[in-house]
Design a protein around this ligand. Structure first.
Ligand code: NAP
Ligand code: MG
Length: 475
């Protein structure tokens, strides 16, 4: 293996303020309470900034600002709203390097991913929904679809800016106004986005950003002035929200957890499948709701595939997320690291065999080596529960029917991958897999024109594509 010289991306391009207020009605305002919290770089544990903690009164203020902006924004011709969205998309492209570095600092993901995956997709989402803003009458939701009002949106920490884009772009295109709460551990790109809204001259109150923890999210989704709730996060919190919104007039979409199967048949091109497996579970440290966390491999090729996979894992580089050669960055928080460790220990205790390549771990920060488990039974916790980390559980199957049975044996249903050269087998599988997305000879591929969402406990509603408009329109 070659030794690579360090190739760190410079962080000078980002300008992080020591402290941030809330973004309400187009301005930075101080929260009413004294409480603030620190956001850290998970690769170094260095404090990056102090962030306001919005309480109920602050959330109320933000919702009121959004409600006040709604009549003007929703009455604006779609072509005019589109101009703002196009402008935002172009500013994101112009500031892409800065936003990628900021995302990597706050989240821990490799710069290669924030630069080449997150940021291009963020801009693409705004471009895509800008294109819909003046064509809503042709989207298949009636001749004159109306927006809902104020959207309360709560997002997780794994793709902070991308989840913001998935939420804000369709909401604004349809004529809604927004109050968004980013995750506690990754608020900085959402706060940078607030600046982008100002730079784009977006009318005040159309987008409001309130930072805080779970309590802030709860205050937002339960606020009586909110007409639509969009949540991405854990199934546990999704359940809580569904329960508290039941019987209200609020429209709800939920994007929750997953435990996807990546299924490899004996006729699949092995090297390509190995790349797809690696991308499926080690992309973004496995902090991916649709991660291919269960590898189902046909028994006849299991030994060969595992050998090739282990060889490939030995070449992954873990370390400084700002280094352009890094494949595996830091785990987002100490809390998430503890959860990954706990489940991995349960995997060993239940009798599965654990393997990781030799992989030096930095002294500071939160890290977990790429890990795979063989000898996994369907009853093991590591085969059933979402680990949300760089941990792959390997199971085998003999027939396509058995693969379908095992793949569907989960309370989740967000995604699946199938690797085979036979198109007939591919289609046979795709029609039987209970998953919102089925990838064919690829994995973790996203496009703003393609709907994304779950079956069963992975949630309901779709984001992306024409389908993604539906959650923001009164039908
Ligand atoms: P989480 O705990 O559910 O948090 C998600 C967001 O909800 C955060 O902003 C969180 O605030 C907030 N929150 C917590 N309690 C709340 C409450 N009672 N009411 C309202 N909001 C509340 O999830 P996580 O552990 O941070 O994120 C990982 C999970 O997200 C995984 O299960 C993953 O599968 C899922 N996910 C799904 C998708 C998808 O598209 N389906 C995409 C990405 C992630 P804090 O910041 O304080 O926690
Ligand atoms: Mg959380």
């Amino acid at each position: 293996m070659f030794e690579y010289a360090p190739a760190p991306e410079s962080r000078d391009i980002v300008d992080i303020r020591p402290s941030y207020g809330l973004f309400i009605n187009g301005e930075w305002v101080e929260p009413q309470g004294e409480e603030r919290h620190k956001t850290v770089n998970p690769a170094t544990e260095e404090v990056l900034a102090e962030v306001a903690w919005a309480g109920e009164a602050d959330v109320d203020r933000a919702v009121q600002a959004a409600a006040k902006a709604f009549p003007v924004w929703s009455a604006m011709p779609g072509a005019e709203r589109a101009k703002y969205l196009f402008r935002i998309a172009r500013i994101i492209q112009e500031r892409a390097r800065e936003l990628a570095v900021l995302e990597t600092l706050d989240n821990g993901k490799p710069i290669r991913e924030s630069r080449d995956v997150d940021l291009p997709l963020v801009a693409a989402h705004f471009f895509y929904y800008a294109g819909w803003a003046d064509k809503l009458a042709y989207a298949g939701f009636g001749p004159d679809p109306r927006p809902l009002g104020v959207a309360g949106q709560v997002i997780p920490w794994n793709f902070p800016l991308l989840m913001l884009a998935w939420k804000i772009a369709p909401a604004l295109a349809c004529g809604n106004t927004v109050v968004l709460k980013p995750a506690e551990t990754t608020p900085l790109t959402a706060l940078a986005f607030a600046d982008i809204c100002r730079q784009a001259d977006l009318p005040p109150g159309v987008v409001n950003i309130v930072t805080g923890a779970g309590g802030t999210g709860a205050a937002l989704v339960n606020h009586p002035g909110v007409d639509k709730v969009a949540f991405t996060g854990s199934t546990e919190v999704g359940r809580l929200i569904a329960r508290s919104l039941a019987g209200t007039r609020k429209k709800l979409t939920l994007e929750l957890g997953g435990k996807a199967a990546n299924i490899v048949f004996d006729d699949a091109p092995l090297d390509q499948a190995v790349e797809g497996i690696v991308n499926g579970i080690f992309f973004n440290q496995g902090h991916v709701c649709c991660a291919g966390s269960r590898l189902l491999v046909q028994e006849s090729i299991a030994a060969d595939l595992l050998e090739a996979l282990k060889r490939r894992l030995g070449t992954l580089r873990l370390g400084d997320p700002l280094d352009k050669n890094t494949d595996i960055g830091a785990i987002n928080s100490a809390e998430q690291l503890a959860k990954i460790r706990e489940l991995s220990e349960a995997g060993e205790a239940e009798g599965a065999e654990r393997w990781s390549p030799a992989c030096p771990i930095p002294d500071r920060g939160y890290w977990f080596p790429p890990t795979l488990f063989t000898g996994v039974a369907q009853s093991h916790r590591i085969a059933r529960e979402e680990i949300f980390g760089p941990v792959l559980s390997v199971l085998t199957f003999r027939t396509p029917a058995e693969a379908v049975e095992k793949a569907n044996n989960t309370p989740y249903g967000l995604s699946a991958g199938v690797w085979t050269e036979k198109a007939s087998l591919m289609l046979w599988m795709a029609s039987r897999l209970r998953a919102g997305v089925v990838w064919s000879n690829t994995f973790n591929r996203f496009d703003p024109a393609s709907p994304f969402g779950g079956f069963k406990e992975s949630g309901y509603g779709r984001e992306g594509g024409r389908h993604g408009l539906e959650g923001y329109l009164a039908l």
